[in-house]
Design a protein around this ligand. Sequence first.
Ligand code: ACO
Length: 301
Amino acid sequence: MVDTSDEWITSRTGIKERHIADKGVSCSDMAVEAIGRALDMAGCSREEIELLVVGTVTPDYRLPSTACVIQEKMGLPNAVGYDIASACTGFINGLSIVAPQIESGRYKKAVVVGAELLSSFTNYQDRNTCVLFGDAAGAAVVSGEEGESGIISTFMKSDGRMRELLWAEVGGAVNPYSPDFTYNGRDKIMMNGSDVFKVAVREMARAAQAVLEDAGVDPSQLAMVVPHQANIRIIDALAKRLSVDPERVYINIDKYGNTSAASIPLALDEANRAGMLKSGDYVLMVAFGGGLIWGSALVRW
Ligand code: ACO
């Protein structure tokens, strides 16, 4: 489709495979699947969920929220659901929103899901972006329980001055779709990759340090770092800045590419199902995306 090569993609990004949803599958369909599996793993009924937070840049509709579509498809009768627009940081921002609400006792059980149908939002004529993105969804159940385990600290920051480094110009209320408008891919993700890259490395390291300092945890105590899977070189640079052994950094970008808000829960789930996370482990999650917006969450497993 574009002038590229497997060698370029692999060496510059670490990506070998990406998954594209079947025609007719929506963002909410993937989210329903992921939430269903998370509820099974947590032994939690649909009736128990009181809060549903969805991180996505590919909502089913402009109105209503994808959370409300998911609620209807799954039957979550006792929940309030809403979407948050934080691009690749959607899952981490979801955790940061949910954690204090659970801690305060306002809600007992919540679901955070990152779900992205990025194939619907990718310009397959733009080699700068079309080799990067895949479709996926991942979910976590968050509940309030006594004990040492839980979300220990979260950190979020954004800088809207850099919003045009990673954005879609057309399709919102400022530049709505119109028959006499030439889009030229401007309704899909547009990215200045090298500028985003530099900010991502710097701010992901800072975000990681912020939660570690807040919790009084040294990087050497981390059992696992689960970073947003945007580029293997960003992940390697982050590990170096944090002085974390690369073996303790979870990487699956080779199998899925960049799945935006889904990438961290996808990686976390793989690590968990592979038995790599043990009770008491410190797990650091850190993400970065369009906004620009970045954040981190430190969890005691
Ligand atoms: N195949 C071949 N050549 C390519 C391709 C491709 N697929 N894409 C770009 N190139 C070319 C460019 O045109 C450029 O050519 P030129 O020098 O003749 O102009 C050259 O390769 C180098 O381009 P760079 O953009 O400097 O390449 P870089 O090494 O920075 O890699 C990449 C590009 C992979 C996009 C990288 O910058 C990156 O990963 N950036 C961060 C992405 C990110 O983290 N995004 C945030 C999350 S996404 C979200 O929020 C939805």
